[in-house]
Design a binder for this molecule. Sequence first.
Ligand SMILES: [Zn+2]
Length: 438
Amino acid sequence: MTTSQPRPSYDPAATVLEHCRSLVRIDTTNFGDDSGPGERTAAEYVAERLTDAGLEPELIEAHPGRASVLARWDGRDADADPLLLHGHLDVVPARAEDWSVPPFAAEIVDDYLYGRGTVDMKDFDAMLLSVLEARQRAGWAPRRPIVLAFTADEEAGSRRGAHWLVEEHPDWFADCSEAVGEVGGFSTDVAGRRLYLIESGEKGMTWVRLTARGHAGHGSMRHPDNAIARLAETVAAIGAYEWPAQPGPAMRQLIEKVRELADSSSDDPDKLIAELGPAARMIGAGIRNTTNPTMLRAGYKVNVVPGEAQAWIDGRFLPGERDAFVEWLRERAGPDVDVDIQLEDVALEGEFAGDLVDAMTTSLLDEDPDAEVAPYLMSGGTDAKAWSRLGIRSYGFTPLRLPPDLDFTALFHGVDERVPVDALSFGARVLDRLLDRA
Ligand SMILES: [Zn+2]
């Protein structure tokens, strides 16, 4: 196949809804301890679709049931660096009693597809399958070769997914320099304009356990050396701390764009980010470190002072801030509270420029000409952290055109997670364009 061949007509969104519904109905809940059903059934579903489309996928398990799928898709320009397109197959738990519809039924209500994974991130998995099938049927390869990765275990830190693939099967990604995955490409509303946010970096994470010790004894006596009281003081101080705004390059670009769209003269980054509406809660975490206390454990009887009390902090730091951040935590904890780092991962900040960024931007604008595009730094972590170990630069780009009143970022891991049905088709069309432009 040559690059001069004319592009045939086909519908890249023909099967996106069907695949998203099928994947949501396969429960791939990840409890973080291998106790869930695993990703195997979803991986088999994906592998079958890839095989039917003429690819030769490899299904690999890091642990029984914890399966990922890898495949290579040839491009028209065989000499180009392959682009890594990736989506995880696992989802976080959903408590059915909290939802207005069953979370694994993939019901459609008022033009929304409901279900765990519809935004995080079986939507993108389905877009990949739909675009692949349509192109393979039409005989129209992407410009660059593509490495497809459907991963396990993203929701628990990727140790049985992307990190494991990077350690055990790095050859698959050897010549990849760039990747496209989740948590970006969705639209928000700023002063009546649609603004698409592309993730160009991620905060790092430091999950710590705090342990306070004291004298155990009878709850009726005087206890100046009470482990719970000591721990509570530290936890309250950490939880109440207001981290200062320190926007990096991506967030400065975003803030500038918002200032322009909102026609504002403000210099206050938080005020400008507030223009993003409900998305501000997530986006605002991209300009500062955060330290949220999330778990407590202490005591076993009301009239017994325990000798030990523990708390856990979900800490997230900006690129370049890791050491100062950990130092701050140790200082706040003081000499009487131990700080144990239980899990850490890197922060990433990529430049928002270059051919791939241009290709993502123009692909979006082709489908939504009046829209605006800006980068942002994501507050959470994704498989991008694993790929970065191989020097691969990642972008979060799962294109969704959303209604202005939808509190989209709250749907990640949220109750009644849902995606507009037409946004899935939109995403497939943008992704299809990207495969010719990238
Ligand atoms: Zn995700």
